[in-house]
Design a protein. Structure first.
Length: 171
């Protein structure tokens, strides 16, 4: 098995691909991107954004042919650069979070804390600001639990899954 591949216990081969969007999956096709090798990144509070997410639930790309995930990453970087309060939280990108039915998805994580995958965002500055605001609260929280009263309006209704940190399960 090639080092770094994560394929649910299988050995990868040259035909391993993932679906680019939900339409590909429902059609039974596997056109698209190759399974990604793991790449080491800084271990700290981060928003990990999917670069291959669809633009909307019905459209993989915008009018200029750019994927929604790429647009959200651009917005996250721009908003982060505009406000020093976001500097503690990194913006990292990955090729797929496997939440293809939930366009524009991110994973908010920090060492030793419960992480969250959120999706169904519009790839713009307002969404990026809400995501980063939540990530700042998450980074400062105990164990990753942010009181609901501190949630930015822009993240409410966007949570998909809670992810316990390695070595833990949630109570």
């Amino acid at each position: 098995m090639r080092a770094g591949w994560l394929l649910h216990g299988r050995t990868p081969n040259d035909d391993d691909t993932i679906c680019r969007d939900a339409a590909d999956r429902s059609a039974g096709t596997t056109r698209g991107i190759r399974m990604t090798l793991l790449r080491k990144v800084a271990d700290g509070p981060a928003v990990v954004a999917c670069s291959t997410c669809c633009f909307t639930a019905g459209a993989p790309e915008d009018a200029e042919g750019v994927r929604g995930g790429r647009r959200l990453i651009e917005a996250l970087h721009a908003v982060r650069a505009s406000d020093s309060s976001y500097q503690r939280v990194a913006v990292q990108e990955t090729r797929c979070l496997f939440s293809c039915t939930e366009h524009c998805s991110v994973h908010i994580r920090a060492p030793g804390k419960v992480g969250y995958v959120l999706g169904r965002f519009t790839p713009d500055a307002d969404s990026a600001r809400a995501i980063l605001d939540y990530a700042v609260h998450h980074a400062a929280s105990e164990g990753g639990r942010v009181p609901f009263s501190d949630w930015p309006k822009g993240v409410k209704g966007h949570f998909i899954v809670r992810v316990p940190p390695p070595g833990y399960v949630t109570e």
